[in-house]
Design a protein around this ligand. Structure first.
Ligand SMILES: Nc1ncnc2c1ncn2[C@@H]1O[C@H](COP(=O)(O)OP(=O)(O)O)[C@@H](O)[C@H]1O
Ligand SMILES: [Mg+2]
Length: 304
């Protein structure tokens, strides 16, 4: 797991950030940024670079590698620190607290502000990136797609979806985005996967999930990674989160992905609540009902 940079964030000095953002710039051109180029990228003197490299290496914000030359790149912690600094400067975030969840492709922390928020660092590309590095160990680094890029694109896509969907769809309120990170409303309640519904609540909750999917569809998005792990539930209802891979409704695969989302959630309900969940799912009919905004059919489907 990636360590929480908030633990030592306040010890970092402005010049440490010059070095980090200099290396970030250099990484647009090569995976490992040449040591000799660092004064230029960071606007620091050579001595200052040496001193700052030491500090940043100690905090594991950077990684070093000697191939044909001595090169540096940001670690995820280094990238996290840069994003957190932007949020702090913009006064979006005053402090970072406990982890809220470690997902497949993210680390999520509680963030403090005028209200409790959630800070999600995207980690897409990290596994992929490790494989790529191994393969390319001794080769030139042109054509590489850096994990910075992959993770940033994911954060941008998720933020974009949240901004479009909120408040018509029950999703976390988007607050800010920088690099591979987003700040959003902190959700109360718990993941659907961890909650045990009462018998009489089951069809109602299934219906709520389907209604949110319908609203999202008509706002322009299919979630495309729906599961019991991406739905929060509390007394006020359900909230659907984790949207980086959402696809526009007019995308070629939108229909297929909607059907897959429906199948996933339906199977989950069938498995966990076999006697309360309608026995046979006609996913095709349900997809059609969603596409034509036919809430009546969805409701009657859930209660049949
Ligand atoms: N806004 C939020 N409020 C509270 N907890 C959250 C929030 N967003 C995510 N989490 C927690 O973090 C976990 C991972 O987040 P998620 O967006 O699902 O990322 P991943 O793509 O890695 O699955 C979630 O399962 C959830 O427990
Ligand atoms: Mg998730």
């Amino acid at each position: 797991m990636v360590q929480n940079v908030a633990a030592f964030f306040r010890e970092l000095e402005p010049e440490d950030f010059y070095l980090l953002s200099g290396i970030e710039q250099g990484m647009r051109f090569s995976e490992w940024v040449q040591r000799e180029q660092l004064p230029k990228y960071s606007s620091l003197t050579a001595e200052e670079v040496t001193y700052r490299l030491d500090r940043c290496m100690k905090h594991e914000l950077l990684e070093r590698k000697t191939i044909q030359y001595e090169g540096y790149q940001l670690t995820f912690e280094g990238y996290d620190a840069l994003a957190l600094r932007s949020f702090a400067e913009r006064e979006t975030v005053d402090g970072v607290g406990a982890p809220l969840g470690v997902g497949k492709e993210s680390d999520v922390y509680e963030a403090m502000s005028f209200q409790p928020l959630a800070l999600k660092y995207h980690r897409e590309g990290i596994t992929n990136f490790r494989e790529v590095t191994r393969e390319r160990e001794y080769t030139a680094d042109h054509n590489h797609v850096s994990w910075l890029y992959t993770a940033r694109k994911a954060a941008e896509a998720e933020y974009d979806a949240l901004e479009t969907l909120y408040p018509d769809v029950s999703v976390p309120r988007p607050v800010d985005q920088n690099r591979h990170a987003i700040v959003m409303e902190k959700l109360d309640g718990g993941e659907l996967s961890r909650v045990r519904l009462e018998s009489e609540q089951v069809v109602g909750v299934l219906d709520l999930v389907l209604e949110e999917l319908t609203a999202a569809y008509h706002a322009g998005f299919v979630h495309a990674d729906l599961s019991e792990y991406n739905v929060f539930i509390d007394e006020s209802g359900v909230t659907i989160f984790d949207w980086p891979q959402a696809v526009p409704t007019d995308h070629d695969n939108a229909g297929e992905l909607l059907a897959r989302d429906l199948t996933n959630i339906y199977r989950y309900f069938r498995r966990k609540y076999p006697s309360e969940t309608p026995e046979s799912a006609n996913i095709e009919a349900l997809s059609d009902a969603i596409a034509s905004n036919d809430l009546e059919s969805i409701r009657s489907y859930c209660s049949s």
